[in-house]
Design a protein around this ligand. Sequence first.
Ligand SMILES: Nc1ncnc2c1ncn2[C@@H]1O[C@H](COP(=O)(O)OP(=O)(O)OP(=O)(O)O)[C@@H](O)[C@H]1O
Length: 252
Amino acid sequence: MSIALRHITLAYGDRRLLEDVSADFAPQTLTALIGRNGTGKSTLLRAIAGLGPVAGGSVELCGRPLAELPPRQRAGTVGFVTTDKVRIANLPCRDVVALGRAPYTDWIGRMQAADRAAVDRALELVGMSAFARKTMDRMSDGECQRVMIARALAQDTPVILLDEPTAFLDLPNRYELASLLRRLARDEGKCILFSTHDLDIALSLCDAVALIDTPSLHLLPAGAMARSGLIERLFAGESARFDPETRTVKLR
Ligand SMILES: Nc1ncnc2c1ncn2[C@@H]1O[C@H](COP(=O)(O)OP(=O)(O)OP(=O)(O)O)[C@@H](O)[C@H]1O
């Protein structure tokens, strides 16, 4: 398995977000991580990336405990794309994407031919080759998001995590980005896990959906998730309700 959660508990102080959660995420799958605000989606992604603490249990990446992976191997196993808007003036896209090669370059970050080829291929995979020399302070949110995904692709990791990658995008760009992630999972064999509030994208474009229902996590194929009754529970008592027939959210 690309990602294996083994009885993990995530907590801030006394507040438990997840308790004794186990789940397996396979290669070549795109999984959406959904849940209400503040239920711990970012916290879980950060824990899987080794950027945040786990209160109990363990995370395994590609069969090895995350805690035992030295930093360089960790960086060669999991890539993380955050919601942070990266707008570095004067730094061309190509150089931003090249940062993804850090785990493979020497101590002064010198790029070899293979590194340059990986950067070119990453830009090509996200359809941003024409932007290689442009700087990100002159690009749209959708274009910047693609460049950050290219950076993660240049990192050449079997696992890619993204925290709300569609957050700043308009509707067509949301679908386009999710389709890109789906293609990368299928064609490049990546295990991609991303958090989102886009229920429709989660159910229509992803292979699987992981739903945080505090303190549990339910992981199901997208179709099974839509029929499971778990999403209705997510909206229980709210002004909106989920209709499993049409897979849409409607006002009560
Ligand atoms: N460093 C921290 N210390 C203490 N509490 C934190 C910390 N970071 C997050 N929290 C709290 O933990 C809970 C989960 O936060 P997290 O950001 O993981 O949720 P989320 O599901 O990603 O939320 P959203 O959908 O709003 O982005 C929230 O209640 C948040 O306030």
